[in-house]
Design a protein around this ligand. Structure first.
Ligand SMILES: [Zn+2]
Length: 125
């Protein structure tokens, strides 16, 4: 028996993708909450000078880590918005589906690889 697939982007249903994104979003929220807590705790410990230099580099590391999480969190937020609007996974330039591999890396991608490269080529000149 062959099943007719409806609303499928790159072999997966939007519902499944949305579920994955929501789960990842929840994970990131928990991680960010942890990072904030660690940061607050670290700030509390460093009050009376001492080895401040070491604490500072640790602090920088945590902040850059947090930046990555926040960046991913924002991408997921945008992707969920695009799913709601029905534009997720569709290239805004050519209207073709965006490759799943690309969407895995950039869930908020608005262009397929071909159009993205064409854009980068034209702006790079
Ligand atoms: Zn395209």
């Amino acid at each position: 028996m062959t099943q007719i697939k409806k609303g499928v982007v790159a072999g997966k249903s939007l519902e499944a993708i949305k579920k994955e994104l929501l789960e990842r979003k929840k994970e990131l929220e928990a991680q960010l909450a942890d990072l904030y807590q660690m940061r607050n705790a670290a700030v509390g410990e460093v009050q009376d000078t001492g080895d401040q230099a070491q604490s500072l580099s640790l602090e920088t590391l945590k902040i850059s880590l947090q930046d990555n999480e926040i960046a991913e969190y924002n991408m997921i937020g945008q992707a969920l918005k695009m799913i709601a609007e029905g534009t997720y996974g569709i290239c805004i330039e050519c209207g073709q589906p965006i490759a799943e591999r690309r969407l895995k890396l950039y869930p908020n991608a608005t262009r397929c690889l071909v159009c993205q490269e064409a854009l980068e080529d034209s702006t790079g000149r």
